[in-house]
Design a protein around this ligand. Structure first.
Ligand code: ATP
Ligand code: MG
Ligand code: ZN
Length: 118
């Protein structure tokens, strides 16, 4: 049981190009990275299970990568990618918006981790 990973995580695409059927989204995100025109926040909206969390995670991993490939994908080898893959990157903070859904809770989450980083 120690190496057990739920299938949604095991088979979650790890690159923009392996996301299926969402080319308009992934190419928009890639272009934003390529041209350094990243918005301050992104909202991924849509029905259940279409890849919102997947795309958000790929975006977070890619913009933190130290050696983004020519194809605008994370290198998967740098310190940032390794810590992301191992689930202990300090720059990527994933929180469940379904249970952290009030302004007060969001404010706490958003301000505490960044208060020293200005
Ligand atoms: N476009 C896609 N291409 C490939 N796999 C996908 C895609 N969308 C979803 N999946 C698969 O389905 C699983 C669930 O996707 P994900 O968690 O990204 O969906 P979601 O849109 O965030 O769903 P929810 O609304 O339930 O939060 C992922 O692990 C992934 O393997
Ligand atoms: Mg989700
Ligand atoms: Zn990297």
């Amino acid at each position: 049981m120690e190496n057990y990973i739920v299938s949604a995580r095991k088979y979650r695409p790890a690159t923009f190009d392996t996301v299926v059927g969402q080319h308009s989204i992934t190419s928009t995100l890639k272009n934003a990275i390529k041209t350094a025109h990243l918005a301050q926040a992104f909202l991924f909206c849509g029905p259940r299970g279409v890849g919102k969390t997947t795309c958000a995670r790929i975006l977070a991993k890619t913009i933190n990568c130290f050696n983004i490939t020519q194809n605008i994908e994370a290198c998967d080898e740098c310190e940032s990618c390794k810590s992301f893959n191992e689930g202990h990157s300090l720059n990527v903070y994933e929180l469940d918006a379904a249970s952290n859904n009030s302004v007060a809770v969001s404010y706490t989450h958003l301000t505490l981790p960044t208060s020293d980083l200005v």
